[in-house]
Design a protein around this ligand. Structure first.
Ligand code: ADP
Length: 457
C-alpha cells in the first residue's frame, strides 16, 4: 500500500459502489413486486371492463395495444367457443381458461393473462397485458434511483479525497517535522493538533528523542571530560621530555620520537575537546558579528610557520582579487578559527614541499563563500563523503602521506559548519591537482554598504 489516502479513497468508493449495487438489486426486486401487484389489479379491472364492452370495439384492437382480449362462450359438456378476440391475440386458446392469473407467449411477446368468469354464466373473459412493459417500468424506476449516485461518484471521490487529506494532515505534519529535524536537533515533536490515533506514535517518538538526547549528552560529557583530564598529564609529560632532552643529549633521537608521540596525543586531545566544546545551545546563543575575511587573515598570520617550514606559498584573496571587503556574518569566533585552522592545517600537511595553497573569501548574493584549495594529491571522489566521518583517514592509519593525524579535523569542520548553518562541498582545486573545500555561510548585512559589498576603506 503506497498511500493511505489512495487506499481509503479506493476502499470507501468500492464500499459505496457495492452498497449502491446491492440496494439497486433489492430495489429492483421490490419495484418489480409492486409493479406486478399494480398491473395485476389493473388487468383484473380491464377484464371486468371487457365483459361489458361492445364486441366490435374489441375486434378493432390491433398490435399497437399492450392489452389483448378474448371472449369465450362456454358450451354445456363441450369445448368453449371463441366469440370475439382483439386483433393482437390469436383466435385460438392461449391459456387453459382456468380462472385467475397465468402467463402465455404469443404475437412475439410474453404476456400476463387473467381469465375471468362473470356471474352470468355464458361468458369467459381472457385479458392479457404485455409483461415486458412491467419490466421496463421497474428498470426505469431503478435507473432513475441509481443514476444520481453514479453521476455523483466522481464528486464523492473528490470530496472524499479532500476529507481524507484533511484527516491525514496531522500525520503529514509529523512526517514533515521528522524530515526537517537536523541530525543534532533532538527536541520533542510538537503537533498543532494530535489526534488520538497519533498520540501513541508522537509519545513514542518523543521519548525516543529524549533517550537519544541523553545518550548524546553522556557521550559528549564523557569524551570532553576524558580529554580535559588528559591535558594535564600530557603537559607534564612534555615538560619531562624537555628536561630529559637537556639531561641526555646522546639520546636526542629517541627522545625526539617520544616527543612526537606525545604531541600527537596532545593534538588528538585538543581535537576531541574542540569537537565537543562547541555544542549548539552554547554556540548560537553567543553568536557575534564577525568579519570572515579579517578572521581568515588573522588565522593565516598566526599559523604561518608550518607553511614557511615546507616552503609553501599561501595566498589569500577577496572576491578573487586583492581588494579586501567587509565580509560580515554571524558566528562564534573561536569555532570559526578552529574551522579555518583545521582546513589550513590539512592543506599544509597533505601538500608537498613548495606546494601552493589558495584561500578566497567572496560574496555571492547573500552568501559568504570561503574556499581553501591546494595543489596536493587531492581526494578521490569516492572518499569525499567519508572524510567528514570521525576518525576516518584516507587509506586508514597508514596514511600515504605519512602525516600524523587522527581523522577528526574534518569532522570538526563539518560540525562547526552545521552549527553555523553553512553548507560544505569538496571538489577539484583550480590547480593542476589538489582539492578545494568550499563553505557557504549566510552573510549578515549590518548596513547598506555591506549589502553592496563595499571594499574596505
Ligand atoms: P587527519 O588530517 O587528522 O587525518 P581530517 O579529518 O582532517 O583528519 O582529514 C581526513 C582525511 O581527509 C585525511 O586523513 C586525509 O586523507 C584527507 N584530507 C583532508 N584534507 C586533505 C587535503 N587538503 N588534501 C588531501 N587529503 C586531505
Amino acid at each position: 500500500m503506497k498511500s493511505i489516502r489512495v487506499f481509503l479513497l479506493v476502499a470507501t468508493l468500492a464500499t459505496l459502489v457495492l452498497v449502491v449495487f446491492v440496494s439497486a438489486v433489492q430495489g429492483f426486486q421490490s419495484s418489480m413486486k409492486e409493479a406486478e401487484r399494480l398491473f395485476d389489479s389493473q388487468l383484473q379491472e380491464q377484464a371486468h371492463f371487457a365483459a361489458n364492452l361492445r364486441r366490435d370495439k374489441l375486434s378493432g384492437m390491433t398490435n399497437d395495444y399492450h392489452i389483448a382480449y378474448q371472449l369465450w362462450q362456454p358450451t354445456p359438456g363441450g369445448e368453449p367457443k371463441l366469440l370475439v378476440n382483439s386483433g393482437n391475440i390469436p383466435a385460438a386458446a392461449v391459456t387453459d381458461l382456468a380462472p385467475g392469473f397465468s402467463h402465455a407467449n404469443f404475437s412475439g411477446y410474453r404476456w400476463r393473462t387473467y381469465v375471468y368468469y362473470p356471474d352470468y354464466n355464458d361468458l369467459i373473459v381472457v385479458a392479457a397485458a404485455r409483461a415486458d412493459i412491467r419490466y421496463q417500468l421497474a428498470e426505469n424506476i431503478i435507473t432513475e434511483a441509481i443514476l444520481p449516485v453514479v453521476i455523483g461518484l466522481p464528486l464523492s471521490g473528490l470530496l472524499l479525497w479532500l476529507i481524507v487529506g484533511q484527516g491525514l494532515k496531522p500525520l503529514r505534519e509529523l512526517a514533515e517535522q521528522l524530515r526537517h529535524k537536523e541530525s543534532r536537533e533532538l527536541s520533542a515533536i510538537d503537533l498543532q493538533r494530535t489526534p488520538n490515533e497519533l498520540d501513541q506514535v508522537v509519545n513514542s517518538v518523543n521519548s525516543l528523542l529524549e533517550r537519544l538526547r541523553g545518550a548524546f549528552d553522556r557521550e559528549k560529557r564523557f569524551a570532553s571530560d576524558a580529554a580535559h583530564e588528559l591535558r594535564t598529564p600530557i603537559s607534564v609529560l612534555k615538560l619531562q621530555i624537555h628536561n630529559l632532552e637537556h639531561k641526555y643529549p646522546d639520546h636526542s633521537e629517541e627522545l625526539h620520537q617520544l616527543r612526537q608521540g606525545v604531541e600527537r596525543m596532545q593534538h588528538l586531545v585538543e581535537q576531541i575537546l574542540a569537537l565537543y566544546r562547541v555544542t549548539p545551545d552554547q554556540l548560537s546563543a553567543n553568536f557575534v558579528a564577525i568579519d570572515l575575511y579579517q578572521l581568515v587573515e588573522a588565522v593565516v598570520a598566526d599559523n604561518y610557520s608550518p607553511f614557511e617550514a615546507k616552503r609553501q606559498t599561501i595566498e589569500l584573496t577577496a572576491n578573487g582579487g586583492d581588494q579586501p571587503f567587509r565580509a560580515m556574518m554571524e558566528g562564534d569566533r573561536f569555532a570559526l578559527q578552529t574551522l579555518v585552522i583545521n582546513l589550513l592545517s590539512n592543506a599544509n600537511k597533505y601538500t608537498p614541499e613548495q606546494g601552493h595553497i589558495h584561500i578566497d573569501v567572496s560574496r555571492q548574493n547573500d552568501q559568504l563563500i570561503l574556499s581553501v584549495e591546494d595543489d596536493g594529491p587531492g581526494i578521490a571522489v569516492t572518499e569525499r563523503e567519508r572524510i567528514f566521518e570521525r576518525f576516518h583517514r584516507v587509506g586508514g592509519d597508514r596514511h600515504d602521506s605519512g602525516e600524523p593525524g587522527c581523522g577528526l579535523g574534518l569532522a570538526i569542520v563539518k560540525n562547526i559548519a552545521e552549527l553555523h548553518r553553512a553548507s560544505i562541498a569538496v571538489g577539484e582545486s583550480s590547480f593542476a591537482s589538489g582539492v578545494r573545500f568550499t563553505l557557504s555561510f549566510a552573510a549578515h548585512f549590518a548596513d547598506k554598504d555591506d549589502q553592496q559589498g563595499e571594499p574596505r576603506a
